[in-house]
Design a protein around this ligand. Structure first.
Ligand code: NAD
Length: 256
């Protein structure tokens, strides 16, 4: 379905980003990966799906590096047809204790990077009259949780950015939507499981159950594969008129 299309997925060396990149690759899209840590493993996993893959290590908190990555993607594959703004970090502390540099980093990586990548991708999408921007927000784009001020503020911002981007392109073939996962067991969440286990003297399994029990009625983690299939739907012809939604996949978290 996505043969001859190119998808750039930020923060795709791990977790949800890699899951979405692989789901789009299974549909035939060429992939530009981004993120820190080992890139060779993720590159090989995507290449094994029979598509072309490239990697750019832009730090998504730096505007000049985002600009460089977008130029690199266009040079590699002609243009970016599908942009998945996924890179994100977390830090947990009360507002009065929140380290200022962590606030700035979370707003830059989780929110501003989506604006920069989108503004750079849109002209070519508009010219082709086809494009998909998929912003990985969170249930925290819809509701709050204590000790996550920067993350919740950034993710609510991402949902707002999604609506405006969708509206500005509503009469074109370019759509913009957000995905709002509940708990997904990636390194980002494992850190929170570890912190709970250490603070309360729990096993890894009991800390996971506690985390799920606090928020997620299904008592199940959403998987990167499931989120990847939602991204595929947004890219399908059936998604042509899905514009500006914030679609939760959260085991009932926000239904409560
Ligand atoms: P993860 O830690 O597994 O992956 C994060 C990715 O972002 C990695 O590839 C990492 O290298 C990259 N990254 C981090 N800082 C970066 C930077 N400055 N520049 C470029 N890349 C950077 O985390 P994840 O759980 O897969 O999170 C992916 C997205 O999903 C995030 O936006 C996160 O907020 C969102 N999310 C996660 C969950 C969850 O439960 N895990 C729930 C809702 C939303």
């Amino acid at each position: 379905m996505l043969k001859n299309k190119t998808a750039l997925v930020t923060g795709s060396t791990s977790g949800i980003g890699l899951g979405i990149a692989k789901a789009l690759a299974r549909q035939g899209a060429n992939i530009v990966l981004n993120g820190f840590g080992d890139a060779e493993g993720p590159k090989a996993e995507v290449a094994a799906l029979g598509v072309q893959v490239a990697y750019h290590g832009a730090d998504m908190s730096k505007v000049s590096e985002i600009e460089d990555m977008m130029k690199f993607a266009a040079a590699q594959f002609g243009q970016v047809d599908i942009l998945v703004n996924n890179a994100g970090i977390q830090h947990v502390a009360r507002v009065e204790d929140f380290p200022v540099e962590k606030w700035d980093a979370i707003i830059a990586i989780n929110l501003s990077s989506a604006f920069h990548a989108s503004r750079l991708a849109l002209p070519a999408m508009r010219a082709a009259n086809w494009g998909r921007i998929i912003n990985v927000a969170s249930v925290h784009g819809l509701v709050g949780s204590a000790e996550k001020s920067a993350y919740v503020a950034a993710k609510h911002g991402v949902v707002g950015l999604t609506k405006v981007t969708a509206l500005e392109n509503a009469t074109t073939g370019v759509t913009c939507n957000a995905i709002c996962p509940g708990w997904v067991l990636t390194p980002l969440v494992q850190k929170q499981v570890d912190a709970k286990a250490a603070a309360l003297g729990l096993s890894n399994e009991d800390a996971k159950k506690l985390l799920l029990g606090e928020k997620e009625p299904s008592m199940q983690f959403t998987t990167p594969e499931e989120l990847g299939e939602l991204a595929v739907f947004f890219c399908s012809p059936a998604g042509n008129n899905v514009r500006g939604v914030a679609w939760n996949m959260d085991g009932g978290w926000t239904a409560q």
